[in-house]
Design a protein around this ligand. Structure first.
Ligand code: PLP
Length: 403
């Protein structure tokens, strides 16, 4: 029996104005490749303070388009932090590029600059060419991306920030200014996802943003079958187009774009509410330290929390993580693990053998993501904290000491 409604680890927040925005498209002339697409992209450009946004089917498609636009292929190796969703590694792999997994900070799962350098050394040691790095803004906070970008520039490595978790976050640059995630001040391309579990929901949706007009043109062309309509002959022959490279259909429909644009209008409110809920968890969970503690905050970032992830010392608890998750589920509380280190998946194990990444392994052993979403109430947070306090046995331990 569960005391109260089910709390998922994440979910979307849709209002009547979102529904009205989608309905307006459904009543109009364009369901795809219409004006809602460009309108969404322009809103995203303004929000990120970046000149080019290219929408696409989902975050994975954005990573794949990015890998194609950068010209990645079998001669290249891409450095990817081990703690991420598999798509960060799979997308470059789909171009034939190889992946080298970098270790991560055991306290927050972010790749540190020295871990990036260690991965570069490993790639070179194998006689390979490190062509790109895909740092991940795990849970909605970024690491020291300015230093990572400095190293990348020095080594002639492209930077693709996987910010699928971090729309709305800002980071502190060395000159003392705050830059929006997606401004591409320290990346060639930054990638977002608008899957409903993320901060902004499009149903399915993604985007790649960049300051580089040539990369933007390539992203848009790979999104649309590799077709070029701006040829000398098109003027005289209106039907004429040329397929100039091997592309895909990764377009995002006007229906999805209208929803995403309507949602973007609420980004500030969504981010503020996620921060407020995270701060409430922080305060209420202090009693469970040191067995349970929030992930380490990055000093480089004003985060936009997609996940509220904690670290639990399961050696000091009566439950395994699996048992704890089942027990929470029985109380209507859904949790998730972000993520199984990507190098541990059978596909990558078979390709690259066993890789020792102790920081990523330590993070994975301890991490658990608690419910966090807009629409969650303070008493929902209290319910999660009460269940954890009960199940982790801390209350009973204290009672045992008192008697
Ligand atoms: C969600 C996610 C993706 C993929 O986005 P989709 O829209 O689900 O394809 C890629 N990387 C990270 C870190 C993600 O969280």
């Amino acid at each position: 029996m569960q005391p109260g409604p089910l709390l998922p680890y994440s979910r979307h927040a849709i209002d009547e104005d979102d529904i009205a925005a989608v309905t307006a498209v459904l009543r109009g002339d364009w369901l795809t490749t219409g004006p809602a697409v460009r309108a969404f992209e322009e809103t995203l450009e303004r929000l990120c303070a970046v000149p080019h946004a290219v929408s696409c089917s989902n975050g994975t498609a954005a990573l794949h388009l990015t890998s194609l636009a950068l010209g990645l292929g079998p001669d290249h190796t891409v450095i990817v932090p081990a703690i991420t969703f598999a798509a960060t590694a799979n997308a470059p792999r789909l171009t034939g590029a190889e992946v080298c997994f970098a270790d991560c900070d055991p306290e927050n799962g972010l790749m540190r600059p020295e871990q990036f350098e260690e991965a570069i050394a490993r790639v070179r040691h194998n006689g390979r060419n490190p062509a790109a790095v895909f740092p991940v803004d795990l849970a909605g906070q970024c690491g020291d991306i300015e230093t990572i970008a400095d190293i990348a520039r020095r080594e002639n490595i492209a930077v693709v920030e996987d910010s699928c978790h971090a729309i709305g976050a800002e980071y502190l640059r060395r000159d003392g200014t705050w830059a929006a995630i997606g401004s591409c001040a320290d990346s060639d391309i930054t990638v977002f996802s608008f899957h409903p579990v993320k901060t902004i929901a499009a149903g399915e949706g993604g985007a790649a943003v960049t300051r580089d007009a040539e990369l933007a043109r390539k992203l848009a062309r790979f999104r649309n079958h590799g077709v070029n309509r701006e040829t000398a002959q098109t003027q005289a022959n209106p039907w004429y187009y040329e397929m100039v490279e091997l592309g895909l259909n990764y377009r995002l429909s006007d229906i999805n774009c209208a929803l995403a644009r309507s949602q973007l209008g609420k980004l500030d409110r969504f981010v503020a509410e996620r921060r407020r809920l995270a701060a409430l968890y922080d305060i209420q969970l202090t009693a469970l330290a040191p067995v349970l503690r929030p992930i380490k905050r990055s000093v480089h970032c004003r985060p936009a929390w997609h996940l509220y992830s904690v670290l639990i010392d399961f050696d000091a608890t009566p439950h395994t993580r699996g048992q704890l998750m089942h027990a929470l589920e029985a109380r209507g509380i859904r949790t998730q693990v972000h993520y199984i280190p990507v190098h541990r998946h059978p596909y990558y194990r078979e390709r690259y053998g066993e890789t020792s990444l102790p920081g990523a392994e330590a993070y994975y052993r301890q991490t658990l993501s608690l419910p966090l979403y807009v629409g969650m109430t303070d008493s929902d947070v209290e319910r999660v904290v009460a269940a954890l306090t009960d199940l982790l046995g801390i209350q009973s331990l204290k009672r045992g000491l008192a008697t």
